[in-house]
Design a protein around this ligand. Sequence first.
Ligand SMILES: *[C@@H]1O[C@H](CO)[C@@H](O)[C@H](O)[C@H]1NC(C)=O
Ligand SMILES: *[C@@H]1O[C@H](CO)[C@@H](O)[C@H](O)[C@H]1NC(C)=O
Ligand SMILES: *[C@@H]1O[C@H](CO)[C@@H](O)[C@H](O)[C@H]1NC(C)=O
Ligand SMILES: *[C@@H]1O[C@H](CO)[C@@H](O)[C@H](O)[C@H]1NC(C)=O
Ligand SMILES: *[C@@H]1O[C@H](CO)[C@@H](O)[C@H](O)[C@H]1NC(C)=O
Length: 457
Amino acid sequence: MPVYSISHVENVRVCVVMVGLPARGKSLIAQKIVRYLSWLSIKSKCFNVGGYRRELAADVGDFTAEFFDPTNKRGLQYRQSAVDSAINDMMKWFVNENGVVGILDATNSTKQRRAEILKLCRDNYIEPMFLESWCDDQDLILQNILDVKTTSPDYVNSESEYATKDFLKRIKFYEQNYETMDVKHDSDLTFIKLVNVNQQIILNRIESYLESRIVYYVMNLHIKPRSIYLSRHGESEYNLTGQIGGDANLSERGWRYAKKLPELVLKSLGEENKHTNLTVWTSTLNRTQQTASFLPYKKKLQWKALDELDAGECDGMTYEEIEQKFPEDFKARDDNKYEYRYRGGESYRDIVIRLEPIIMELERQENILIITHQAVLRCLYAYFMNVPQEESPWMSIPLHTLIKLEPRAYSTIVSRIKADIPAVSTYKEKGTSQLGEIVNGTTSSKSRDLINDSKCV
Ligand SMILES: *[C@@H]1O[C@H](CO)[C@@H](O)[C@H](O)[C@H]1NC(C)=O
Ligand SMILES: *[C@@H]1O[C@H](CO)[C@@H](O)[C@H](O)[C@H]1NC(C)=O
Ligand SMILES: *[C@@H]1O[C@H](CO)[C@@H](O)[C@H](O)[C@H]1NC(C)=O
Ligand SMILES: *[C@@H]1O[C@H](CO)[C@@H](O)[C@H](O)[C@H]1NC(C)=O
Ligand SMILES: *[C@@H]1O[C@H](CO)[C@@H](O)[C@H](O)[C@H]1NC(C)=O
């Protein structure tokens, strides 16, 4: 498998055109693809026609279902110019910003409109790929409506019951013109058709490598509600001495965190979900397995891909020792932590590449708890929270804290549950070899002071 970077897809540009009625999860899928590709350093962006419509037709005020009536001339005009603006901006982005994958997130895709987009793409050497989400499972649709109406800007001030009714009416209007894709009539187009999310997936003329990556990704998606728990291992003996790498055991306080972890998880699951079984993933290193050792769940898996960033020649050293022995390396790492690769070891970019299969498998999973290491956790978190590469290696992910992620249609809800167990800070600011976190602009806990945080958020 090749390394994913812009250079690899240099001349390939793909326009993913979403197709499908409202409440079919199109925006969710579109945003996930953008998040996934950006995480792999492939420049991608979503152009949401709904957003353009809200901006252009700001004077309309409320977007009730009548706006979407095909006989509403004014509505049609606005919707047409929204599509045109979105396409126009997308084309500019491809050309001026070297975009690689643009996603056109629109609803009203008739055969005629598809033909127009097709022509425009071909004229500009962009590969068009249609992605239809087709759905007749009423439960799925209602679940989507629930998600949309609670998060969509179109219904911010509406009562929930009214929003559902109005939204169903809007869908009815769209159904009047909707033409689905099929292998017989669209045999010359590149398309993916998802039937009831992933009950059935129809693929047609998937050609480039990039397209097949996208296909593989969407095939692994599901939309069942679930929680993803992330935790670093408990404090290790190396953390006490400030050494990096190695395969140390937990410290006494680290063991206390391990013993407390089952209780933290239970508390977060809540009374009604207390019998939920989580799958537990750890790395192959002692400290993560020790941290998982008191959890009552049967399914525990070890992944080599979850092992800590390999510090190569610096393994077992403290940051001070690295600064003294390899001053240039120390500076180079601070200057570009994402790309810096330890002598004989790894960079953050290397971790992202080895985590890709983990992300695919994670998308397939339901409730899960992952116990891993600081650098790996930063990369996983960056994927879920869309954190840019320049920032992710500097994110603070303290010890003895359980992070809960709940992916929703338009965002991911995060909560941090702190165990009332002190640990050393393992956070290193830029430009220093001292450890400690900045609080209110000053380093409050320089060096290896204790962070004693007992808040429960
Ligand atoms: C929606 O589809 C109808 C029927 O093909 C077409 O007349 C109309 O222009 C389309 N509107 C937009 C905004 O795409
Ligand atoms: C904490 O200790 C482990 C070794 O037990 C090490 O891999 C990790 O890098 C340490 N964290 C920091 C940032 O010092
Ligand atoms: C970890 O603990 C075990 C059992 O107490 C001991 O045998 C082993 O040597 C320890 N490992 C390290 C790296 O200290
Ligand atoms: C979780 O696993 C236990 C033991 O394997 C089982 O008794 C329990 O029913 C499971 N809980 C759920 C919600 O499936
Ligand atoms: C820690 O890991 C080493 C090798 O990776 C192993 O030999 C040792 O038994 C482990 N210690 C414990 C306590 O699990």
